[in-house]
Write a protein that binds this ligand. Sequence first.
Ligand SMILES: [Zn+2]
Ligand SMILES: [Zn+2]
Length: 325
Amino acid sequence: MSESHTLTCRLCGGRNRIPVTRALQDLSKPTCGRCSGRLLRVAGEPLTDLSNDDLAHPWDRDTLAALRAMPKVDELLSRVMARTVDKVAHFRYLGGAVEVGSDQLPTLWNLHRAAADRLAMPATPLFVVQSPQINAFAVGAGEPFVVLTSATVDLLDDRGVQAVLGHELTHVRLGHALYRTLARLMMSGGLRLLDRFFGIGALLVKPVEVALLRWYQMSELSADRGGLLTIADLDAHVRVEMTLAGGPSRLLTELSSEAFLAQADRAEALRSGDLMLQVTDLLDDSERSHPLPVWRAHHVAKWAQTEGFFRILAGQERRLLEVDP
Ligand SMILES: [Zn+2]
Ligand SMILES: [Zn+2]
């Protein structure tokens, strides 16, 4: 991986070389040598030219394509899930959680709106549900919505919460919500219940189950990219994963992102060098609703160093956008 990237200033077209490690410490710092403008779009500025191809991790994209290509999967999903699950899930949260809006928990609503603006997409409905576990989901098919647990709001600061919201909105933007809802139903046994009413037994065969659960993990890597782009702050993003892995609320200020990423490198080295660990980890993953936060931190930190990430933040040159019809 290169230690610096050459970026074109979107304001004047000037070419700039920026050192990766230093830039990642504060992405608002790098300025253009020619016009002194800020080279990277900081949080708050909408990424209007963001494409889903920029967001989707190749592992997510390929696994989802394979899943969709399985016989009957898409057909069954659109027939059953879109009609039933949306209604049931919406009722469940409408009846058992707090719906956030401009007149309800407005701080949270503003963070959500800002995250959606940043990702150039409409804000979905948002709910907070009481739970001591840090967690969040994108739920539903036709009209997905986002759910945060109360512990997520309690334990993370505003930027952390916004990274989580950006993560969930990315699931929605990439069309993940339907398949993720299905995977969660599968893990909780709820799909067998649906099968009794709607006869979706074809979805319960092992290859679909395995492919779905594998994809469930891979889709996190894409959503983490969206979370990172939302706040444009790698340290704050890694803090979210670290808090998820084991952040005691009393000692949050003592958590070190640097030490956590070094731990992530050690975990990855251990896994890639040992076939037995790869196999048992895969078995473990199929039982787990959330993949290893350490693994996710490792991947998002690696992506943050790539030219692709910097190019998204740099945006397209305005001069070129204007001559485009
Ligand atoms: Zn410039
Ligand atoms: Zn996720």
